[in-house]
Design a protein around this ligand. Structure first.
Ligand code: GDP
Ligand code: MG
Length: 441
C-alpha cells in the first residue's frame, strides 16, 4: 500500500491547490487504509465523504504536496472524531465513586478492572474495592481474587449467590470500610441475551454507578461496534475501554464505536501486565488507524515549521503600532490551530514559561465569540481600531450585528489594547529586563 501511496503522491506533487481530482485520488488510498484497519464500510464511506467536502478548495500548506495535505486533513478529522482530549474517570465529589463494567464474555472486563484498580491507586491515590458479581462461572470469582492478590487490591465476594445481593452487600461493606472507589465485575455472555441485560439493568439500579465502562475487544474489529451499540442502547455506557490493543489490530473499532454510539473511549489496555492500562490518546489512535506512520511524522514536522514562521511574523507585527482587528483574527485562527496562546508566545525568544502563562490576555475559550464580533465589523473598522474606539454608535451596531452585547464588543476592544500595550512594552525592554521578567513575571 505504501508504495502505491507514494506513487500517487508523486503524481500529485507540484500542483498548487486541492481540486476534486487530487482529493478523489488520495481518498481512494485513505478509504483502503481505513478498510484495512477494519473500520465499518458505511462509516468509511460517510467519513471520507465529509472529509472530502471539507478538503475541497482548501489551500495547500507550504512544504506539503496535495496528497500530503489531504492526509493531513483526514488525520485532523480522525483526531476530532476520536475526541480531542482524553477523558478520565468522573469521580464523585463527595463520597464513594462507583464504577460498573459491562461487555461480552472474554472482552477483557476482569483484566481491565484489575488494571484500573492499579491505575486508580497509583495515579489518583484511591483506596479501591473490587466486587465479584460474575456468578455464572466459579472460575470468574477466582480470577478476580487471583488478580486482587497479585496487585494487592481488596476483593469482595460471596461465592455464586445472586449478583444483586452480592452488589448490595458489597457496597455496604465498602462504605463501612471507607473505600474511595468501588468497581463491580459483572457477567458477560458470548452473545448478547435478555437475561444478562436484565441482570445488568438491575445491578445498575442498585449501584447507581458514576461510570459504566464498556470493554471492547479491539481485535473484534467492526463487529465490536455493533456489540457496543447493543450494550449502550440498553444499559447506557459512559465510556469505553479498548482492550487487547497489544495485538496487531490497527484499531478501526475505535472509530466505528465513536461514530455509531458516540461513546467516549477513556482507556486503552494492552497486554497481560497489570500496569498496561493507559489513558486513551486520540492522536495516537488516529495515527494507528490511518496507518501512514512515516508520512504523518513528515507532515507534523513540516506544519510545525510553518506554524513557527507564521508565529514569528505575527509577533513582529504585534510589536509594531498598527496591530489591528484583522491581525487579531489571524492570531485567533493560529491559536486555534496550534492549541493555545501560551504556545504562540513560546515562539518569542527570551520568554520563560511562567511569563507565557501569566500573560495570556484573552481566555482561549472566548475566541469564537470574538471572531464573530470581528466579522461584524466593516473592513475599515478592522484596519483602523480607532474608529471603533471613538464611536459608541459603531460599537452598538457591531454588537447587534454579531448577536452579542455592547459589553462584549468593549471586551474585545480592551483585549486588542491590552495586547498592543503588553507587546509594545516587551519590545522596548532590553535583555536584562526581559530576563528579570522571566524570573518574576
Ligand atoms: P472478561 O470475560 O470480559 O472478564 O475477560 P477477561 O478479563 O477474563 O479476559 C479474557 C481473556 O483475554 C483472558 O485470557 C485475558 O488474559 C485476555 N486479555 C484481557 N485483556 C487483554 C489485553 O489487553 N491483551 C491481551 N493480549 N489479552 C488480554
Ligand atoms: Mg470476567
Amino acid at each position: 500500500l505504501s508504495d502505491k501511496l507514494q506513487m500517487t503522491m508523486r503524481r500529485l506533487t507540484g500542483r498548487g491547490k486541492l481540486d476534486e481530482k487530487d482529493i478523489e485520488e488520495m481518498m481512494r488510498e485513505v478509504r483502503l487504509s481505513l478498510l484495512e484497519a477494519d473500520v465499518n464500510f458505511k462509516i468509511v464511506k460517510s467519513f471520507t465523504q465529509s472529509v472530502k467536502e471539507q478538503a475541497l478548495g482548501e489551500k495547500i500548506l507550504k512544504g506539503l504536496n496535495p496528497g500530503q495535505q489531504v492526509v493531513k486533513i483526514v488525520h485532523d478529522e480522525l483526531k476530532k472524531v476520536m475526541g480531542d482530549e482524553a477523558e478520565g474517570i468522573r469521580f464523585k465529589i463527595n463520597g464513594m465513586t462507583t464504577i460498573m463494567t459491562i461487555g461480552l464474555q472474554g472482552s477483557g472486563k476482569t483484566t481491565a478492572i484489575g488494571k484500573m484498580a492499579v491505575w486508580l491507586r497509583k495515579k489518583e491515590k484511591k483506596k479501591v474495592l473490587m466486587i465479584a458479581a460474575d456468578v455464572y462461572r466459579p472460575a470468574a470469582i477466582q480470577q478476580l481474587q487471583t488478580i486482587g492478590k497479585q496487585v494487592d487490591i481488596d476483593v469482595y465476594q460471596e461465592g455464586l449467590i445472586d449478583a444483586r445481593t452480592i452488589v448490595k452487600n458489597g457496597l455496604k461493606y465498602a462504605s463501612e470500610n471507607k473505600y474511595d472507589v468501588v468497581i463491580v465485575d459483572t457477567a458477560g455472555r458470548l452473545n448478547i441475551d435478555e437475561e444478562m441485560m436484565q441482570e445488568l439493568k438491575d445491578v445498575k439500579e442498585i449501584v447507581k454507578p458514576d461510570e459504566i465502562l464498556l470493554t471492547v475487544d479491539a481485535m473484534m474489529g467492526q463487529e465490536a461496534a455493533n456489540v457496543a451499540k447493543s450494550f449502550h442502547d440498553q444499559i447506557g455506557a459512559t465510556g469505553a475501554i479498548l482492550t487487547k490493543m497489544d495485538g496487531d489490530t490497527r484499531g478501526g473499532a475505535a472509530l466505528s464505536i465513536r461514530e455509531i454510539s458516540n461513546i467516549p473511549i477513556k482507556f486503552s489496555s494492552a497486554g497481560e501486565k497489570m500496569d498496561s492500562l493507559e489513558a486513551f490518546h486520540p492522536e495516537r489512535m488516529a495515527s494507528r488507524i490511518l496507518g501512514m506512520g512515516d508520512m504523518l511524522t513528515f507532515i507534523e514536522q513540516v506544519t510545525d515549521n510553518i506554524d513557527e514562521d507564521e508565529a514569528k511574523n505575527m509577533m513582529e507585527k504585534l510589536m509594531t503600532d498598527d496591530f489591528n482587528y484583522n491581525d487579531l483574527m489571524k492570531q485567533f485562527k493560529m491559536i486555534k490551530r496550534m492549541g493555545s496562546m501560551s504556545k504562540l508566545l513560546g515562539f518569542i525568544p527570551g520568554l520563560g514559561a511562567k511569563l507565557k502563562q501569566a500573560r495570556t490576555a484573552i481566555d482561549d475559550k472566548q475566541f469564537d465569540k470574538m471572531e464573530v464580533i470581528i466579522k461584524s465589523m466593516t473592513e475599515e473598522e478592522r484596519k483602523n481600531p480607532k474608529l471603533v474606539d471613538q464611536s459608541s454608535k459603531r460599537r452598538e451596531r457591531i454588537a447587534k450585528g454579531s448577536g452579542t452585547a455592547v459589553s462584549d464588543v468593549n471586551k474585545l476592544k480592551e483585549a486588542l489594547e491590552t495586547q498592543k500595550k503588553m507587546f509594545k512594552k516587551m519590545a522596548s525592554m532590553d535583555e536584562k529586563e526581559l530576563e528579570r521578567l522571566q524570573k518574576d513575571p
